[in-house]
Structures are given as structure tokens and as C-alpha cells.
Write a new protein. Structure first.
Length: 246
């Protein structure tokens, strides 16, 4: 297991200290460190990253705002917040990080974080068809759905439809952003701003020569759009699951 790691902090001394601590964890592979949010965004556009150590207080982009952006474009990335002010912890956890560390970083506390990283990576590397039930928000209550029965999730206007096997469908009152976070650990991928699909249901990625874009073919020959900027990300995701793209 190799965890490709990016450190984002405007304090170079803090970066150096963290890098020194991380040498004790051989599965951590630091592929970059940057001193600001804008530099982090540029790095993430070109590199595959599994884990980001993210400082909250930075001059150019607030770390919490950056975490939201990372969640929207690459929800699989694990985020560990690092800050000198413990008061940010409550607000920080609203952004669903894997963990939260305060400066100066205590090595033994960091070790607990690394245990969480190992568990998450092991979970991600284990191929499995989702087989669990989730309670989803619907008008006036909660609907229990078996994850493996969901074919795709679609946003139509202000409505979000959960399309299941046997042509069953119901509307969720949750947001696409929250659904993306909820279902990502179960092998779902947001292929388009209006669609979330289970990766194990993808049969083909089809080109559209007229618009220079692609679409995804699911079971039952359902065809959904694939955003132009998502093609390489999806093929990388498939390759991580052992499906080589040539």
C-alpha cells in the first residue's frame, strides 16, 4: 500500500516538521508540498493524490474553502486538517475530514491519524459490491434503500431522483453534494454535475465524435453523460480497481 500524500501549509517549518514525522510511516509517500491553496489546486489538477494534510489558516485560500472544493472535484481524497488553533476543530469537522491535528503536532497523536489512513485505504482497495442499507432523506421522513439496488442518481432541476432496479424510483430531499460524500465510500462516482453512478455498473465509456465528449453506458444499456473534465479521472479510478484502459 502506498498513500500518495500532499502537504499544504504556508509555514515551511511546519511542513519540514511534519515530513520528518511522516518518515516513520513507510506507506506514506510524500509527492509534494506547497505553501498555499492556489498552488494546491494546480498540483491536484495534474497529480493523483490520496491524502492531503491541509492547514486551515492560509493567506490566499482558506483551508476550509479548499477542503470544500476538493470534496466537490475529488471526493476520494482523504483530508487531515492541521492548525495552530484548536478552536477551528468544531467548524473543521463540518467539512468531513478524516482527522484533525493541532500544532505543534504530537507524534503519538499523528500515529492515531495514520491508523485511520491505513483503515481507509484498506477499505478502498478491497473490491466489493455495495451490500448495505442507508437511510435517505425524503419529504417528511427517511427511506431505507439497499445500496446495491441503486442504478444511478440524477438531479433534474431542483429534484433529485434515486433510480433503482426494476424501474423503481423515488425522490431524495438531500443535496447532490451530500449524496456524493455519502455514496463515494460505496463505490459511487459523480460523472457529471447531474449524475452519480455506481462504478461497478459501468459497462462502457463511449465517445461522441460530434461534441468531442463521452458518455457512460450502465446496465440495461442506460447511457448517461460524462463531463469532459471527468474522463481521465474516471479512467484513473477504473485503473485503480484493476481495469486497465489502453
Amino acid at each position: 500500500m502506498e498513500v500518495k500524500t500532499l502537504i499544504v501549509d504556508d509555514d515551511q517549518n511546519a511542513i519540514n516538521t511534519l515530513k520528518m514525522h511522516l518518515t516513520s510511516f513507510p506507506f506514506i509517500h510524500i509527492i509534494g508540498d506547497v505553501n498555499g491553496g492556489k498552488s494546491a489546486l494546480q498540483f491536484l489538477r495534474t497529480e493523483h493524490v490520496d491524502l492531503v494534510f491541509l492547514d486551515i489558516e492560509m493567506d490566499d485560500i482558506d483551508g476550509l474553502q479548499l477542503a470544500d472544493h476538493i470534496r466537490s472535484i475529488k471526493p476520494h481524497i482523504m483530508i487531515i486538517f492541521v492548525t495552530g488553533h484548536a478552536g477551528f476543530a468544531l467548524e473543521g469537522y463540518e467539512h468531513q475530514p478524516l482527522d484533525f491535528l493541532t500544532k505543534p503536532i504530537d507524534f503519538f497523536r499523528l500515529e492515531k491519524s495514520m491508523q485511520l489512513v491505513e483503515k481507509q485505504m484498506t477499505r478502498n482497495e478491497t473490491p466489493q459490491v455495495p451490500d448495505c442499507k442507508i437511510g435517505m432523506k425524503v419529504a417528511g421522513g427517511i427511506r431505507i434503500v439497499n445500496v446495491k439496488d441503486i442504478i444511478y442518481i440524477e438531479k433534474k432541476g431542483r429534484k433529485i431522483n434515486i433510480n433503482c432496479k426494476n424501474k423503481e424510483s423515488f425522490q431524495s430531499s438531500d443535496s447532490m453534494k451530500n449524496l456524493e460524500v455519502i455514496f463515494s465510500p460505496h463505490g459511487f462516482y459523480r460523472c457529471h454535475q447531474s449524475f452519480i453512478v455506481p462504478v461497478h455498473h459501468i459497462k462502457a465509456i463511449l465517445p461522441d465524435t460530434y461534441t468531442r465528449s463521452h458518455s457512460i453506458q450502465l446496465v440495461d444499456d442506460i447511457e448517461l453523460p460524462l463531463s469532459r473534465n471527468k474522463y481521465h479521472e474516471l479512467t484513473d479510478l477504473l485503473a485503480e480497481r484493476g481495469i486497465m484502459i489502453f
